[in-house]
Write a new protein. Structure first.
Length: 115
């Protein structure tokens, strides 16, 4: 069966990244880069401080021919069209995603620079 393709594109006012083309042969982890997992054009790893290391999963269900997204207990949330999928640090149920949906991983955080 041919693989489904997820394309991640950067929106204005977003953390900048190059467009990603990720084949969904299996559920793909979306997360923050760490030493052993660096961003690449064919993965969903991003060098962005608002993402958790294991932020969310995206997959394609061949039985239903639908794409799904699930927050995996991220600290700063996952949003589809501005709707948060779950409360802070709780796993969300799988949510269908459609072509053109705006997906946001995390929210801007302000670091305390006071010493």
């Amino acid at each position: 069966m041919p693989s489904a393709l997820a394309i991640f594109t950067c929106r204005p006012n977003s953390h900048p990244f190059q467009e990603r083309h990720v084949y969904l042969d299996e559920p793909i982890k979306i997360g923050r880069s760490v030493a052993r997992c660096r961003p690449a054009q064919n993965n969903a790893t991003f060098d962005c401080k608002v993402l958790s290391r294991n932020h969310a999963l995206v997959w394609f269900d061949h039985k239903t021919s639908k794409f799904y997204l699930q927050d995996t207990k991220s600290s700063n949330g996952t949003f589809i069209n501005s709707q948060r999928l779950s409360r802070g640090s709780e796993e969300s149920p799988p949510c269908e995603i459609l072509s053109g949906d705006i997906i946001q991983f995390g929210v801007d955080v302000t670091e305390n620079t006071r010493k």
